[in-house]
Design a protein around this ligand. Structure first.
Ligand code: SF4
Length: 376
């Protein structure tokens, strides 16, 4: 006996066609208008003794792709087990490292508050390496994401520590990967070359609209245009060796100008050279609550995202990939993922950096670290 998988979703599409998607397996197919008509009935009554060849074949295909599953299968239990396995997985160790609180921007939504020039000391650097050595299993994968404040204001630390952590990975026969979340204002070709030498070649850079909008939402402390500096840097990089993902934080303030930004970047010859993604701004952490009235609703985001994808395609950028199933939502629910801030404090989630209540402990006292579950 068969049943429709609890994770099979059928979306009507253009000209009576449809998209069928299974959110547990990630399988996705486009159904023609005829297959859509037949498929709706098959999903509704998967065990009916169909006789015509089209329905029989389509049902077989639905079974093969996991849109229909054995009626005795407990999919929720399977997913829970997979989630718990991934949460306890020690084959990867993911560190998000914020070596400085300093930043040269004053974004209107920054949840990190004031940007005093607090930066790792030599003792902090040693403690971070010792912490990584404690958490990294032999043969595992060590990944580091540089974060801040603005990590490029601590470039010597980033270069030195990337080298030390890469050496640690090599000594444990672990793989090494490294990327960076940066505001992009300091990412010159020389800096990118120095970072590439320690294996850091992927960057996430935020632009929140065309020049006027971006510079209002992400102003610099010295009054210069951040848009001009960021875009100037990106266009001078060798994009065959530096992978740039541009993130747009969507809020009420910039909802009307997202398309203009995509067109501006296309006019600069960046279509096909950089990735662009849209993320809704969410008032998740305590300091962000004051921004709640700038957040767009999930329904409005869905409409704006659809328009955004159409502009991306029209301008020659790769559309974002389709949703893929993940074992864990993010690092916050993986036992081997840690965020370490400019004081050496350890957190589960990027959004909690600076929040005393969410602190797991310090790299200087690893034995006293709270259990990860305390912060979930
Ligand atoms: S660039 Fe990042 S750290 Fe700096 S003010 Fe903006 S959001 Fe905050």
């Amino acid at each position: 006996m068969l049943k429709r998988s609890a994770y099979t979703l059928l979306f009507p599409s253009f000209e009576d066609s449809a998209i069928i998607f299974n959110s547990a397996s990630g399988r996705l197919c486009r159904l023609s208008a005829r297959a859509h008509e037949l498929g709706r009935g098959i999903l509704w009554r998967p065990n009916f003794p169909y006789r015509d060849a089209d329905r029989v074949r389509l049902r077989e295909e639905f079974v093969e792709k996991g849109f229909l599953v054995d009626s005795g299968r407990d999919e929720l239990r399977e997913l829970r087990a997979s989630y718990q396995r991934a949460r306890a997985d020690r084959s990867a160790c993911a560190l998000t490292l914020a070596p400085t609180r300093a930043c040269n921007l004053e974004c209107v939504y920054c949840y990190e508050g004031r940007h005093e020039p607090e930066t790792w000391s030599a003792a902090d650097e040693d403690a971070v390496v010792a912490f990584a050595a404690r958490e990294l299993a032999a043969g595992a994968a060590l990944s580091v994401t540089w974060y801040g404040g603005e990590p490029l204001l601590a470039l010597p630390i980033v270069l030195r520590m990337s080298g030390r952590l890469r050496d640690l990975a090599v000594s444990r026969r672990a793989t090494w990967s490294c990327d960076m979340v940066t505001n992009g204002t300091l990412l010159t070709p020389d800096t990118a070359e120095a970072l590439a030498a320690v294996g850091c070649m992927e960057y996430q850079i935020t632009l929140d609209g065309p020049k006027a909008t971006n510079d209002r939402l992400r102003p610099s402390r010295d009054g210069s245009s951040t848009f001009d500096r960021i875009v100037g840097n990106i266009t001078r990089l060798d994009l065959r060796t530096s992978a740039i993902g541009i993130r747009i934080n969507l809020m009420r303030d910039n909802a009307a100008s997202i398309g203009d930004l995509v067109r501006d970047l296309s006019a600069l010859g960046l279509a096909g050279q950089v990735g662009i993604s849209l993320a809704p701004m969410e008032a998740m952490s305590k300091p962000c609550r004051a921004l709640a009235d700038r957040v767009v609703s999930p329904e409005a985001f869905a409409d704006l995202h659809f328009e955004f994808l159409q502009v991306l395609e029209a301008e020659g950028f790769s559309p974002e990939s389709v949703p893929m199933p993940v074992s864990n939502y993010c690092g916050a629910d993986c036992d081997q993922a840690f965020v370490i801030d400019w004081r050496g404090d350890v957190f589960r989630c990027w959004n909690d950096v600076g929040d005393e209540d969410k602190r797991l402990g310090s790299v200087h006292e690893p034995a006293a670290l709270r259990a990860p579950a305390a912060c979930r």
